[in-house]
Write a protein that binds this ligand. Structure first.
Ligand code: XMP
Length: 310
């Protein structure tokens, strides 16, 4: 594919769709939404408002990091604090699909509706990619950002139209487009991170305390494994507890799973053979997180497993 031509065609398309109106896009810090932000900003300039939704489910230091990256690219990003809405919507939910649905609804029915109203935007840009659509349509997993392909008319339901400029690309293509658009390497090569964010990595109920645990484990995993060059690595908090010993006392502790995979486009994945020494270091650091007394390494490829746990 000629990515220059792809970009030109998309920019034209976005311009003609939006005309002289306003559009909104939400950037999460992942490659897909970052590339959409650059494309849409190139097409629309000041007609576009870019927001970062602080949903309580993000990794350590995310809003600050992201606002700084885009400020360097001349793109202002407004942080919208929606933590209470997301935590409220997730309260008491343990079923994976219900959790995903609650996150989707909070984004699309609450946050985007009110932000689009404020900005009088008729369009919302989205980083949906081909793999998201295929897996959702095949019924494997409801990706948080798939609406129109499931027959939801967003204009009727929410009052704005969803536009998906990357829906014909896979992750490798999105990265190429990002490079051509001048997205910094640190973002182009950022490991994928799911829309439902850390909620995709908590089995069972999502609470502030459980988020803090998985957030701490995620920071450790990302720091320790960033040099591996693997496609994706992550930490998951299980819903089980196990007996352990700490300071000579019995402790019923939480369990963190570490996952490190190689893949081209996330449709299939194999597990990286990490050196024992690295696994031991991860275990030492992760079991130092308060309340965690076990660390497991997941050896399951995709399929039969998926990458995330919900
Ligand atoms: P799974 O778990 O479906 O993940 O094997 C495949 C790839 O997609 C990411 N992922 C998501 N990305 N919204 C996204 O934007 C989602 O709802 C979602 N679920 C999973 C996951 O991190 C992996 O790279």
């Amino acid at each position: 594919m000629n990515y220059q031509e792809f970009i030109q065609a998309q920019v034209q398309e976005l311009k003609s769709q939006v005309g002289s109106g306003h559009a909104l896009n939400a950037v999460s810090g992942g490659v897909d939404s970052s590339v959409v932000t650059l494309l849409a900003h190139r097409a629309l300039g000041a007609q576009l408002k870019t927001i970062f939704v602080e949903n309580a489910l993000m990794r350590e230091g995310e809003p600050q990091k992201l606002v700084a990256v885009f400020a360097r690219l001349g793109i202002p990003v407004e942080v919208v604090d929606a933590r209470a809405s997301f935590l409220g919507a997730l309260k008491g939910l343990t079923d994976p699909e219900q959790k995903r649905q609650a996150i989707t609804d909070t984004f699309y029915k609450q946050v985007f509706v009110s932000e689009a109203r404020k900005w009088q935007a008729k369009f919302l840009f989205h980083g949906t990619i081909l793999t998201d659509i295929e897996e959702t349509v095949a019924g494997i997993k409801r990706q948080h950002n798939i609406l129109t392909q499931l027959g939801i008319d967003t204009e009727e339901a929410y009052g704005y139209q969803v536009v998906e400029p990357l829906k014909t690309l896979r992750k490798d293509g999105v990265r190429e487009v990002g490079k051509v658009l001048g997205l910094p390497d640190e973002v182009v090569h950022r490991i994928p991170f799911p829309g439902p964010a850390l909620a995709a990595r908590i089995v069972g109920e999502v609470t502030e305390a459980r988020l803090a645990t998985v957030r701490a484990a995620t920071a450790i995993v990302e720091e320790e494994l960033k040099g591996t060059g693997a496609f994706q690595f992550l930490a998951v908090l299980l819903n089980d507890y196990a007996t352990g010993i700490r300071n000579n006392k019995r402790e019923f502790g939480q369990i963190i799973v570490v996952r490190c995979i190689d893949s081209v486009d996330a449709r299939e994945a194999t597990v990286r053979e990490l050196p024992w020494e690295m696994l031991h270091r991860l275990t030492r650091r992760i079991t130092a997180i308060p309340g965690v007394n076990r660390c497991l390494y997941d050896l399951t490829p995709k399929p039969p497993a998926t990458v995330e746990y919900i």
